[in-house]
Design a protein around this ligand. Structure first.
Ligand code: ADP
Length: 491
């Protein structure tokens, strides 16, 4: 490991496209892995170091050493550092958002929103330093007080994906830190800069060395070493179901705590009594916003016969508004993150069409010579078990299928290995209420896009979307990073 001084002044933020490890308060690593801007072929977005088990070991050692002193700081003092990190990030927000666009491809408006989310998350969890973290319970014994406390577990590993490269690290790290844990973060290889900006804000806000560490590199090298380290008390992961399940086995084998947020195949049911134009807007925002690269994105829609043609017409008109383009130059949806993902999106559409689906919107170059721009695809006339209806694509692709009635639509939405978000578009309070009660999904949206949640609400799914034990976000997030204790005091 080589140590380099990193200029962390506000003026320098954003000027250097270099990510580094942060281990024990030191910026380390030879940043020699290039990341190219997906919207501009040949333009470099960042360099980052490729870590190994050696860096993971050093980061976990630093975290183990730093954690007790951090936990013994008064919670409001821990919170003040998180709040200050939010303020520093706010000062740097525009440069951070531009870096995020260059490395991930989303639009500047989406990136600004994401950076704002990271700032607000730091403030939200920072303010919990002043909040109650236990209860006073009555006792059946005389002169006895019963209280509950929540204790930190120690060191947490965080493994995060590229699609929300600053918000997800923030919403995992902040509840861990406010609870008195130390953290080692392994960000996605494609988006090293955004995580580095979060680390800079925490470091510059005065977080003690070793409390928050970052190791960049490959999932199978850095991520797996982190999962296997016996000193790591728990792991929070967001990414694919395939990798998540592998990590769950590793963590379960050593009886460590694990939280997984994985794939989705989120369905929306559009009923005859809905307004077709409003329903199309809801579906398009959920399906095409963020270039469809959200685990909460809408990817299948079930419509009842009376609204089918008006809805499809409105959805195609909406899709035409989502013109892809360079996120820094006003595209309505940004570039696809990588050419592998682009090929996956294109192949999913192409093979659905080969199997007989109608492509109502979205023609694609097989091999784009410019940026990785993918026009939103609207597929119809597919069988219910078509791979485009069943498997996660992770792009701006939506399949629309007809169902005879509400019951058939609900059954179709529930007939999935995933259960993250689900939506219904209807004017019927009875249908909306029944749907909310019976749909198998962790988040239900009535007349609202499946993607997009406030920072204070529990987030997570069921089935293959989530471990479905601990929820992320809001006050609930703290449960995963703490254990409960009940204390009897005789007076
Ligand atoms: P995606 O398809 O969205 O990239 P992945 O599940 O492959 O989802 O990646 C999500 C995160 O998990 C990334 O940080 C990646 O580096 C990491 N990762 C990938 N494979 C492994 C693995 N075998 N062990 C631990 N982490 C991994």
């Amino acid at each position: 490991m080589t140590s380099t001084a990193l200029d962390t002044t506000a003026e320098a933020i954003g000027e250097t496209p270099t990510a580094q490890h942060l281990i024990n308060g030191q910026w380390l690593g030879d940043a020699d892995t290039p990341r190219w801007n997906p919207a501009r072929p040949g333009e470099l977005a960042a360099y980052s170091p490729a870590g190994s088990a050696v860096e993971v070991d050093a980061a976990v050692t630093a975290a183990v050493e730093a954690q007790p002193a951090w936990a013994s700081l008064p919670a409001p003092a821990r919170g003040a550092i998180l709040i200050k990190a939010g303020t520093l990030l706010e000062e740097r927000a525009e440069a951070v958002a531009e870096d995020l666009v260059r490395e991930e491809g989303k639009t500047l408006a989406e990136a600004r929103g994401e950076v704002r989310r990271a700032i607000d998350v730091l403030r939200f969890f920072g303010s919990l330093g002043w909040a109650s973290s236990g209860e006073v319970l009555p006792s059946g014994l005389a002169d006895t007080v019963v209280t509950t406390r929540r204790e930190p577990l120690g060191v947490f590993g965080l493994i995060t994906p590229w699609n929300f490269p600053i918000a997800i690290p923030a919403w995992k790290a902040a509840p861990a830190l406010i609870s008195g844990n130390a953290v080692v973060l392994k960000p996605a290889e494609l988006t090293p800069l955004s995580a580095t900006h979060l680390a800079r804000a925490l470091h510059d806000a005065g977080l003690p060395a070793g409390v928050f560490n970052v190791v960049h590199g490959k999932g199978r090298v850095v991520g797996e070493a982190l999962a296997r380290d016996a000193r790591v008390a728990g792991l929070s992961f967001t990414g694919s179901t395939f990798v998540g399940r592998q990590l769950q086995e590793i963590l379960n084998a050593r009886h460590a705590r694990v939280q997984l947020e994985m794939g989705g195949k989120n369905g929306v049911l559009v009923l005859d009594d809905a307004d077709p134009r409003k329903a199309a807007q809801v579906v398009a925002a959920g399906a095409f916003g963020l270039t469809g690269q959200a685990c909460t994105a809408t990817s299948r829609v079930y419509v009842t016969p009376g609204i089918r043609s008006a809805f499809l017409e409105a959805l195609v008109a909406e899709a035409a508004l989502y013109v892809p383009g360079d996120g820094l130059e006003g595209g309505r949806i940004g570039a696809v993150v990588s050419s592998a993902q682009f090929q996956q999106d294109a192949a999913a559409v192409r093979s659905a069409v080969e199997r007989g689906a109608s492509l109502l919107h979205g023609k694609h170059d097989a091999d784009p010579s410019g940026g990785l721009f993918f026009a939103p695809a609207v597929l119809a006339d597919l069988p219910f078990d078509d791979p485009a209806v069943v498997e996660e694509i992770f792009g701006p692709v939506v399949a629309v299928l007809e169902v005879p009635d509400y019951e058939a639509g609900l059954a179709a939405i529930n007939d999935s290995r995933y259960g993250l978000t689900a939506g219904i578009c209807t004017d019927s309070l009875a249908s909306a209420t029944d749907f909310a009660a019976r749909v198998q999904a962790g988040i239900v949206k009535v007349n609202r896009p499946t993607a997009g949640l406030d920072l204070n609400v529990p987030f997570g799914g069921v089935k293959d979307s989530s471990t479905n034990t601990f929820r992320e976000q809001g006050r609930t997030a703290v449960d995963f990073y703490t254990w409960g204790k009940t204390v009897y005091t005789g007076i």
